[in-house]
Structure formats: structure tokens, C-alpha cells
Unconditional design. Sequence first.
Length: 92
Amino acid sequence: MADLSGSITSGGTAQVAAVADVNRTSLIGQNTSDTDMWIAFGATAVADTPSILISAGDNFSFGPEYRELITKAVSVIGATTGKKFSMFDTKG
């Protein structure tokens, strides 16, 4: 299991949270901050759809059934610099 956890480096600007990895079989995480974050797979995250909203304190989990999605690069965006998230992946 790889630890991909981090924090927002520049509020309001998308950043790569995980590079593309064809061996990734699951992705789990939590927005550990008190502000909302958004994630996108294979595209630059935006604070709106089609990115996926991860509300403050919420968890997320994508298993092998989402393999086509989770093997792509993961982008994250949050409004406030320094807000943290936890993220881990497994490889099979």
C-alpha cells in the first residue's frame, strides 16, 4: 500500500495527488480538513462537476470495479492552502 496523502499546496489551484499507475487496484482516502475538496481522474480537478466532491471529513473508496478510472492520474483541488487529505492505493 502506497501513502499518497498530502495537503493543498496552493488554494484554488488543482494539483496532482497521484500519478497514473496501471497497477493500481484500489484507492481509498479521507478529506481530513474542515473544507470541501474535489478530485478528478485523468483530468484537472475543478471545484464543480464533473469533478467528485469530497466534503470536509468525508471518506472515499474506489475498488477494482473502478479500475479503468483509478489507474489514471488523480487531481485534487481545495480552496485553502495547507488543508490535508489522506489517500492510499493498493496494487495487485
